[in-house]
Design a protein around this ligand. Structure first.
Ligand SMILES: CC(C)(COP(=O)(O)OP(=O)(O)OC[C@H]1O[C@@H](n2cnc3c(N)ncnc32)[C@H](O)[C@@H]1OP(=O)(O)O)[C@@H](O)C(=O)NCCC(=O)NCCS
Length: 183
């Protein structure tokens, strides 16, 4: 899918939201490693990213050509500072073809400026356009910023998984399961 929008941030700077393409592969891998090292709220540890630049380029090419999936990047002053995307649960199975998953991460230096909300809204719009009926996500229960964002965009909690993640330190991280009906 393709997407393009310019937004004004809370500090007055402009931010370009657009679908990531092959040329963004290196920048997206870099921001993945950066953001996944800044928080313990994400599924993957920074050193678990096994993708090469070529892998990432072909992943992004696939997303751009897809009519049902997208990776949207946020650029400030030409630098990628975050991304969000939607992915089908399993497009080969008719009974769950109406469901997509949402994911988002932003460089900590750019939190609180409105990028998270703008990326979330952009992904919801793309999910609607793609024809999904439900957008879903899992969020660590103490990630209050993300939960507040999701609730304010209409996501509702439908369950919890107390042993969702087992972090490095041997601690359980409870996951809140959320969903947004799109029709
Ligand atoms: C969660 C995240 C995406 C929010 O992005 P952001 O750009 O900082 O969010 P925004 O500035 O657009 O703020 C949107 C809303 O989030 C909530 N929020 C943001 N920061 C918050 C904070 N420090 N405390 C409480 N709520 C907060 C508020 O509801 C805010 O709305 P408001 O501006 O009307 O008050 C960002 O913090 C992030 O990338 N975190 C690390 C990765 C992560 O946790 N991803 C989610 C995994 S499920």
């Amino acid at each position: 899918m393709e997407y393009r929008e310019v937004i004004v941030l809370k500090d007055g700077r402009t931010c370009l939201l657009r679908n990531g393409t092959e040329v963004d592969a290196k920048a997206l891998l870099d921001i993945f490693v950066l953001t996944h090292g800044q928080t313990d709220h994400l599924l993957t540890y920074a050193d678990e990213c096994m993708m090469t630049v070529d892998d990432e380029a072909s992943y992004l090419r696939g997303k751009t050509e897809s009519s049902r999936e997208i990776e949207i990047i946020a650029l400030v002053d030409g630098t990628v500072v975050g991304s969000a995307g939607i992915e089908a649960l399993d497009a080969t199975k008719e009974k769950i073809r109406h469901r997509a998953e949402f994911g988002i991460s932003i460089d900590r230096a750019y939190w609180g400026l409105g990028i998270g909300r703008a990326l979330t809204r952009a992904c919801i719009a793309c999910a609607r356009k793609a024809g999904y009926r439900q957008l879903e996500l899992d969020v660590v229960a103490n990630n209050t910023a993300a939960i507040s964002l999701y609730q304010s965009e209409g996501f509702v909690e439908w369950g919890r998984n107390p042993r969702g993640f087992l972090a490095h330190e041997g601690c359980w991280q409870e996951l809140v399961l959320m969903r947004l009906e799109l029709d």
